[in-house]
Design a protein. Structure first.
Length: 169
């Protein structure tokens, strides 16, 4: 049962990573389109800047769970590289607990502000008045997935199934 839950969480993290990559691709296309419109067609752009900004922020938040799954976050590898596996396991689990606590808090606050934006009908200040709850929803989704991935990572560490425990990352 636990193994199935961990596998499900890791698949969600992978899916979020794919969505994050797609959002980065959308941002790149939008910047290219903005440059073409501004410098070739000599016209102004209005909504593209918002799309690029929201896409890159969402990609960062949504991609964080996948980065944790891959143990691709910034770490002081020198400290863990020379630590024995038992101590390395404790350090990884402690880091996962800290990530979980931070992500859980940010999930809660992100859900709170997203709900406020939805209830208050908050919009951007541009002429398009884009509803802010849509980009804000990347906070609870991204941090929620990060919290779940932290739990999955803790489980893998304590069961000796995380390559980083043996010095794989």
């Amino acid at each position: 049962m636990v193994k199935t839950v961990v596998r499900l969480i890791e698949r969600l993290s992978l899916l979020a990573g794919i969505v994050a990559a797609a959002l980065i691709g959308i941002a790149i296309l939008m910047v290219t389109q903005m440059v073409f419109i501004r410098y070739v067609l000599v016209q102004s752009t209005a909504w593209q800047t918002e799309v690029v900004t929201f896409s890159l922020v969402a990609a960062t938040l949504l991609g964080s769970a996948w980065v944790l799954k891959e143990r691709g976050h910034v770490a002081v590898g020198l400290v863990t590289a020379y630590a024995p596996p038992g101590l390395r396991r404790i350090m990884l689990a402690a880091a996962d607990v800290i990530v979980f606590l931070f992500a859980a808090l940010m999930f809660y606050k992100g859900a709170e502000i997203t709900w406020e934006a939805f209830q208050g009908d908050w919009t951007t200040e541009s002429i398009y008045e884009f509803p802010l709850w849509i980009p804000y929803s990347a906070m609870p989704v991204g941090f929620g997935l990060l919290a779940l991935q932290a739990i999955a990572s803790m489980i893998k560490v304590w069961h000796g199934q995380d390559d980083a425990v043996m010095g794989g990352h």
